[in-house]
Design a binder for this molecule. Structure first.
Ligand code: HEM
Length: 616
């Protein structure tokens, strides 16, 4: 069996004409994943030439942590990894990616690999074919410019909530916040509060804020468990996300009685979350039956419920209650984890790169001056912000740290397909998995203008976070790539139609910048996400700067006594530590620091201890 399976997979790989490497066990195999800690050190005792390069796909999160190494070693932008139990074609070629993402029927999503996020039922992310079109139809209509404008205002409000949380409410007059150890958590709450309100009409609050008067809204928004619950809605969702793998793998009745803290917490979180969602569904069904009008904002749950329970259902096949809840879950999940990641990492990168932070502040000052954020308007500001250093910083975070690190597709079950790259046509056998690797193509020097790194001295700066890159010339060689051809099928899949990147910034070749994927299955929320981010950053940087905290190396008094040179040396330690922490990020559903953190402080502009120094 083993040999036959391996032979069959090798034969499939050979047909493609791309280089392929054979492994005794497929790297994603559960047995390997669980025991790799034992084998890797043994393998590494063997002569380096035997394993170097080849071992990369066997490492966790290799696509993020090893940059170009695997593709460089294999000498190809598209490489197959073959085991007896699986075979995957990994690609960081913009040519291949643009063809795969735009030809939806030839290369559907590999939905078998989405079990983690279909645990509550089928939804718009995890389905394919006509069922997906139904889910997409029901969910896409609220992703319009009117709601993007609502999002802009809500993001401004929530960012103010986050700032006053950091400054401890009335202590607001301090020049500096305390050291913030909870940046990941806080940016997560920030993004959850935005999608909660804009997507679902739920007013979630920051500690110290007032609950809404409406008792139904108060139930979902409060920081304490609502009556009949043991957790708040926000903490039950956080608990589900923290234990998502265990929840998926261990049946609920078993999990309930396992004598471990994680099992208890995971089980309780799931129970609370499902109860909140069922209650919310029933509230909405009541609203729809009473014929109440749509609420402001996207009202995603209302839309889902109306499609199934309204007088005129919007689809021929009705969504089940489980599917409604699952879509609500996925919208809340997709709608906040990813955006929170980008916010979290952009703040850390700005603290780590003071010159970029100062340039962003200059742009914010030029665009918005001293005006009160409550007067800012979507229509007048959003495009200018996207074209400024604010947009460049957000793009650069999504380039270097794409929240979604792998995008799995499969060659259609009905027929073999072909793909053309570098003038060669390759056969892609039916059923073959194609793994698009955003983190790699985003750093592929063929598609991006590069310079020697000022940080590491490496020949390219593509691993570095350099927002100025977005002002560079488009790479001539890349501009002539076939990836630029018009590949769209002309069908309307709803959602935002424009580009994610401002026309006045560097325009990456199609397929080379894919934080939101591309084509019909690209992110429905991409406009909402960038709008949130470019609304939030100016609220912070108009009045504040962000600095890496240096408590690990020096006390505040010691810093006060330090001269400029000594402060620079101290800050360099914090910068190195921040960069090391970021480069060790790992992905479970999305890219995160997983237990590590980068402490920072917010300081009033003019009161900086470090980042105002032009030498930094
Ligand atoms: C920076 C933030 C975001 C990033 C990087 C991101 C990334 C992505 C990616 C890569 C996909 C394709 C996944 C795949 O093929 O498996 C996707 C799909 C999706 N995203 Fe996002 N996303 C973000 C924000 C959002 C927001 C704010 C929402 C909703 C409010 C959202 C809703 C969705 C939905 C519904 C899909 C599935 C679309 C479909 O298959 O038809 N995303 N996102």
């Amino acid at each position: 069996g083993y040999i036959t399976a391996l032979r069959r997979n090798i034969a499939i790989a050979r047909k493609t004409g791309f280089p392929y490497y054979v492994y005794p066990i497929y790297p994603m195999n559960v047995i390997w994943q669980l025991t790799s800690g034992i084998w890797l050190p043994i393998i590494q005792c063997l002569p380096k030439s035997w394993w170097e390069g080849r071992i990369i796909p066997m490492l966790r999160d290799w696509s993020y942590t090893t940059n170009q190494a695997f593709f460089d070693w294999a000498g190809s932008e598209t490489v197959l990894v073959v085991g007896p139990d699986d075979i995957v074609c990994h690609t960081q070629s913009a040519d291949v990616i643009s063809q795969v993402t735009t030809r939806r029927e030839a290369f559907p999503k590999d939905i078998a690999r989405y079990s983690l996020i279909s645990m509550f039922g089928q939804n718009v992310v995890t389905t394919e074919g006509p069922i997906w079109r139904m889910h997409r139809k029901v969910t896409a209509s609220s992703f319009n410019e009117k709601n993007a404008a609502h999002t802009y205002l809500e993001a401004i409000d929530q960012t103010r909530g986050m700032l006053s949380h950091w400054f401890g409410g009335e202590k607001r007059d301090n020049d500096s916040s305390e050291t913030i150890l909870t940046l990941e958590h806080d940016t997560m709450r920030w993004a959850l509060n935005i999608i909660g309100y804009i997507g679902f009409g739920l007013r979630l609050i920051w500690p110290g804020q007032k609950l809404p008067d409406d008792p139904i809204l108060a139930k979902y928004g409060q920081l304490e468990p609502a009556p009949g619950y043991t957790m708040s809605l926000a903490s039950s969702l956080a608990g589900v996300m923290d234990h998502i793998v265990a929840i998926l793998l261990i049946p609920a009745p078993v999990m309930k009685y396992l004598p471990f803290q994680f099992a208890k917490h995971g089980y309780t979180s799931r129970e609370n979350w499902q109860k909140y969602m069922r209650d919310f569904l029933n509230d909405k069904i009541g609203e729809v039956r009473r014929g109440e009008r749509e609420r402001v904002g996207m009202d995603i749950m209302g839309g889902l419920v109306r499609s199934a329970y309204g007088e005129k259902p919007t689809t021929t096949v009705k969504l089940t209650d489980d599917e409604i809840i699952s879509n609500a879950f996925i919208m809340i999940l997709a709608g906040h984890e990813t955006t929170a990641n980008v916010m979290h990492f952009t703040l850390i990168q700005l603290a780590t790169n003071p010159a970029a932070q100062r340039r962003l502040q200059q742009d914010v000052d030029a665009l918005l001056g001293d005006t009160d954020p409550s007067t800012w308007e979507y229509e007048s500001h959003v495009n200018a912000l996207l074209a400024s250093h604010v947009g460049a910083a957000v793009n650069e975070t999504m380039r270097t740290m794409p929240p979604v690190t792998t995008i799995p597709k499969i060659v259609s079950a009905s027929a073999d397909q072909t793909i053309t790259t570098n003038g060669v046509t390759h056969l892609m056998p039916s059923g073959l998995t194609i793994n698009i690797v955003p983190a790699s193509v985003h750093r592929n020097p063929r598609w991006w203008p590069t310079r020697p790194s000022e940080i590491t001295g490496k020949p390219t700066d593509l691993e570095d976070w350099v927002p100025e890159r977005w002002y560079r010339e488009t790479n001539r060689d890349a501009a002539t790539s076939t990836a630029n051809a018009d590949l769209d099928d002309g069908d309307d899949y709803g959602g935002f139609k424009g580009s994610d990147v401002s026309a006045s910034l560097f325009r990456p070749v199609r397929g080379s910048f894919i934080p939101f994927s591309d084509g019909p299955r690209s992110c429905l929320g991409r406009r909402i996400a960038v709008v949130e981010l470019v609304a939030a950053l100016p609220v912070i940087f108009q009045r504040y700067s962000i600095e890496l905290a240096v408590d690990e190396w020096a006390t505040d008094d010691e810093v006060d006594r330090m001269g400029a040179e000594e402060r620079r040396r101290l800050y360099a330690k914090a910068q190195k530590s921040a960069r090391d922490t970021l480069s060790a990020a790992a992905s479970i559903v999305t890219l995160k620091l997983r237990g590590q953190r980068v402490p920072v402080r917010l300081v009033k502009r003019g009161k900086e201890r470090f980042v105002a120094d032009p030498e930094l």
